[in-house]
Design a protein around this ligand. Structure first.
Ligand code: NAD
Ligand code: DAU
Length: 336
């Protein structure tokens, strides 16, 4: 069992990174966390506000800044890398920042980690495997071939391969996790579930891409945090673990659940033009994580988790309101 004391969390002001920082601050009060975040449009210091300052510190900076990393990384025994450009639609409109942050940024971080020997965990996505057909009963496993479809997912696939090469060649003490779609508090309003909830609050009809038959495998972000902690502390160095909670749902089903839970007619939404290259289905087989590390999701009731997410967005309009207009303007330019 590995005991982290001084953890550097990149991207800790984003959705999943901030939920992880909150989880560590709550569950492991002896651990000091440094957040390194560039505060892009997706990063918000409010996401980690209110945590004890002697245990959680924010450094504003770029994972592509090698000089900063050479200074900052050596003070830490552990690095958990969440920072990335994460939204597929943005990557289709402009791939450049995805290559920069996700590929160059991971490279810079790996070089800094290599020099100081910290334990490294790489947060990645099931999208590296591409998609499954709707009528294909199989699910992704750790040895499934990489076949990414979008500029975003191909940049994440590239970053995973760098981690594997640095592990084999330089003996980096690294693990990788690939997770399916997360949902929960502090998720940016550009993402599917928050976009539809906040549209309904604004009396705008929700927007479903194409037929809406595409399937995503939903995981509560709290369960993602506990899984990353389990892998970091009890995972085997050099190994990859898939994180999932058996949460497969079609987009149209999820949208109807949101619309109904918010008191609207279940068909009160619009179909909009499909995303180019839109992956059909993601499905995670997380049995390795469950079998080897004994991890279980504590929030596997999706309907209940969705109701809590709706309540959170209703109660936290001042948090999301400042980003809503710009996110919808980006969609407007893409006709979605
Ligand atoms: P997010 O978009 O909400 O947040 C990303 C964070 O990274 C922001 O705080 C941003 O400011 C920061 N950042 C971006 N570029 C940076 C740079 N160059 N230097 C430093 N910080 C930078 O992301 P998220 O949805 O929380 O995803 C976090 C990680 O999890 C990503 O690596 C993503 O690929 C992966 N992931 C996400 C999901 C999901 O459902 N959202 C699922 C599986 C894996
Ligand atoms: O699978 C993990 C991935 O999940 C992460 O790696 C990504 O960072 C994360 O953004 C997410 O990718 P998706 O593309 O699946 O998520 P998004 O929230 O953009 O969309 C979810 C599904 O909903 C997808 O099939 C597209 C559809 N969609 C999305 C939006 C924003 C709509 O139908 N309407 C919408 O308005």
């Amino acid at each position: 069992v590995f005991e982290p004391h001084n953890v550097l969390v990149t991207g800790g002001c984003g959705f999943m990174g901030s939920n992880f920082v909150r989880y560590v601050a709550r569950e492991h009060p002896n651990v000091h966390v440094t957040v390194l975040d560039k505060l892009t449009y997706a990063g918000n210091p409010a996401n980690i506000a209110g945590l004890p300052p002697e245990r959680v510190e924010l450094v504003v900076g770029d994972v592509c800044d090698a000089e900063l990393l050479a200074d900052l990384v050596p003070g830490h025994d552990t690095v958990v890398h969440f920072a990335a450009e994460t939204h597929n639609d943005n990557s289709i409109a402009n791939p450049a920042p995805f290559l920069h942050t996700n590929v160059d940024g991971t490279f810079c971080l790996l070089e800094a980690v290599r020099r100081c020997g910290a334990r490294y965990h790489h947060v990645s996505t099931d999208e590296v495997f591409g998609d499954l057909a709707l009528d294909d009963p199989s699910r992704f496993t750790e040895d499934y071939p990489y076949r990414p479809s979008s500029p975003y997912s191909s940049s994440k696939a590239a970053s995973d391969l760098l981690v594997r090469a640095w592990t084999r060649t330089y003996g980096l003490r690294a693990t990788i996790s690939n997770c399916s779609n997360n949902y929960g508090p502090y998720q940016h309003v550009e993402k599917f579930i928050p976009r539809q909830i906040t549209n309904i609050i604004d009396d705008v009809r929700p927007k479903l891409y194409g037929t809406g038959r595409n399937v995503r495998d939903w995981v509560n972000v709290e369960d993602h945090s506990s899984a990353v902690w389990a892998i970091l502390t009890r995972g085997q160095v050099g190994e990859t673990y898939l994180i999932g909670a058996d949460g497969e749902r079609s987009n149209i089903d999820v949208l109807r659940m949101i619309v109904e839970a918010m008191g609207r007619d279940p068909d009160d939404f619009d179909h909009v033009p499909d995303r180019p290259g839109h992956d059909r289905r993601y499905a995670i087989d997380s049995s390795k994580l469950r079998r080897e590390l004994g991890w279980r999701p504590a929030h596997a009731d999706f309907a209940e988790g969705l109701r809590q997410a709706i309540d959170w967005y209703v109660a936290n309009e001042p948090w999301w309101r400042p980003s809503k207009q710009a996110a919808e303007a980006r969609y407007g330019r893409q006709g979605r």
